[in-house]
Write a protein that binds this ligand. Structure first.
Ligand SMILES: Cc1ncc(COP(=O)(O)O)c(C=O)c1O
Length: 366
């Protein structure tokens, strides 16, 4: 058996007709940048997420950049974030000339450890940027409380959590701004690159909308420096189709996670879900100190896996100038040695799930 980590061909097969209709509609409209099709998706997304505003942008990385620029982050400012995430989270901060200040993660969820944030606040701190890692909410109530007391902005990197909730509220709608990615591997994905920014604040909405078109409120007039980063009209049309399925897809991910939890918990550390969180399992990431061996074993059996993430950001060569060293964030470093993501996508068959489960058991039982 060969089981991929994700299979978009399978995902798109049952909705191919709808996607083709969306493609034809955009093709025949002749409008490929901005326009009503994008506005419709932005309305659909904001209604779904119960967010006041949603703005389509080029990708999840740009979403973070534009959010940071929307709150006027300046060179020399500091942004508190997690070292256990995809590189873009800190890259965007650094590219603005600001300083990513890392805080270790909690061992249970691998989300930023709220108890360690206040110790890292300095007069230069401007933003707290939590990541909802693997599709499970960070402890937003604690983060918002700290931000309020220290007059800091909060930007949620929700690239992995479209449709996930914490205490009944959608991730990405707690902070000043939420950022999303529709990269093909994401639980809600387009057929290329795409991203979204959510906000409940009209002023920030206005800034983000201008930032994505060169700081421009109208043609050939530029209020401030901006970017060229719109969600393609065609991608917006595809996303409007796929948005109708995301709830069912997320639900199926949860069902698969439940099977994995039940079957694997005596062999590996299965994901821990924080009280109040509705996890969407963008990744189902187990932990074991025999990670590399297990990884090789599963790959040999035809099961594709992924290590999210093998090197915490404070140890990435590109960020060496920040001066962090091995041992600075022991929880993140240990996680990097132990984590392994198993295939989890809504179209996985019962047979495949059973094969994955029995292969993991076979490894540990010998
Ligand atoms: C946590 C996180 N932040 C940011 C990004 C960047 O998104 P994109 O690839 O759409 O630029 C990703 C995914 O790639 C991600 O997983």
């Amino acid at each position: 058996m060969k089981i991929p980590i994700i299979d978009l061909v399978r995902q798109h097969k049952p909705i191919q007709n709808e996607l083709e209709i969306a493609f034809k509609r955009v093709l025949e409209s002749g409008q490929f940048i901005l326009g009503p099709e994008l506005e419709q998706f932005e309305r659909n997304a904001s209604e779904f997420l119960r967010s006041k505003y949603a703005v389509g942008v080029g990708n999840g990385t740009d979403a973070i950049t534009l959010a940071l620029k929307a709150v006027d982050l300046q060179s020399g400012d500091e942004v508190i974030t997690t070292p256990f995430t995809f590189f873009a989270t800190a890259e965007t901060i650094a590219m603005i000339g600001a300083k990513p200040v890392f805080v270790d993660v909690e061992d249970s969820t691998l989300n930023i450890d709220v108890n360690k944030i206040e110790g890292k606040i300095t007069p230069k701190t401007r933003v707290i940027l939590p990541v909802h890692i693997f599709g499970q909410g960070a402890k937003m109530e604690g983060i918002l409380d700290i931000a309020r007391r220290h007059s800091l902005r909060v930007i949620e990197d929700t690239a992995q959590g479209f449709g996930a909730k914490r205490n009944g509220k959608f991730l990405g709608t707690f902070g000043d701004l939420g950022t999303f990615s529709f990269f093909p591997t994401k639980n809600l994905s387009c057929l290329g690159d795409g991203g979204l920014i959510t906000t409940q604040d009209e002023l920030l909405f206005d800034r983000v909308r201008k930032l994505r078109v060169h700081g421009s409120p109208r043609k050939y007039y530029h209020e401030f420096l901006g970017y060229n980063s719109r969600l393609d009209t065609l991608q917006a049309a595809f996303l409007s189709v796929k948005l109708n399925y995301i709830e069912a897809w997320n639900q199926r991910r949860r069902e698969i996670a439940e099977i994995y939890d039940r079957e694997l918990k005596e062999f590996v550390r299965v994901p821990e879900v924080d009280a109040g969180n509705e996890h969407i399992y963008h990744q189902y990431t187990i932990r074991t100190d025999r990670r590399d061996e297990l990884n090789e074993f599963l790959n040999k059996k035809g099961i594709m896996t992924q290590v999210h993430y093998p090197i915490p950001l404070h140890l990435q060569p590109a960020l060496a100038y920040l001066g962090y060293k091995k041992g600075d964030f022991p929880v993140a470093e240990r996680a990097a040695r132990e984590v392994l993501s198993l295939p989890i996508f809504p179209e996985l068959t019962e047979l495949e799930i059973e094969y994955i489960v029995s292969s993991v058991k076979e490894f540990f039982r010998g």
